[in-house]
Design a protein. Sequence first.
Length: 274
Amino acid sequence: MECGPSRIAFSRLVAGGQECLFVMDADGDAVRQLTTPEQGHSCGPCWSPDGARLCFASRRDGYSSLFVIDAEGSNEVRLTAAEGLDDDYPAWSPDGRTIAFSRGNGKGPEDLWLIDLASGDERRLTEGGYMDYRPAWSPDGRFVAFRRSLVERPGVYVVPAAGQDPWYVARGHDPAWSPTGDRLALSHGESLWTVPVDLTGQSTGDPAQLTIHPRAIDRYPTWSPDGSRVAFEREEVSGGDTTSHILTVTADGRDLGDLGDGRMPSWSPIPTVR
């Protein structure tokens, strides 16, 4: 195997309305489909730290479970199979040993869970009757940012990966920790924002708006490995039609680029294994 430049994993609707996984180079070239409709509705990919594998959620047998595949789409392994529950939004820890995800029944509260990849042991990270989802690890692996709803102060929270009570950081959804650990990208009010934070995830300044579009919703930010750009999903309504594209923008909100049709991007670390 050889190592190439960073890539972006994402999902895209295919013929028949099923959602499948794809990867492409960070400039939008070399698009490759990884899963098929026969494998079920698949979305929310995240990369392993070495760029060799992807974890994603796939709805099969009526429920969503987590699966891992090689970055080229082979050697699929099922990670979770919680009967009657949906497992979604996986996030791979920086040391490669653990995956954080949300678990719920689609009708009420969701909690964050951790699964140890070596043993398969699962541990609940949050609880209390809230909607906790979209986990994102800090670069040092000590903290997990996430979205909390069904609470008096909804927004982005941070919890130590070892456990304890979480704390509020900012309004918004879809947190993504920058590679240097000093900022969180998030979606709020149909736009993307960045929030300066310290190494524990505590806010250290005012949010800065990153994107704005009068007819679109920007969400699911993901940082480039060097922290210079952010990829995200833009859902736009025009003439009664709704489209979702993967876009990138510099970390200070300039140089917007469109990479084409897709949803829920995940930017790989360097190197990626081919």
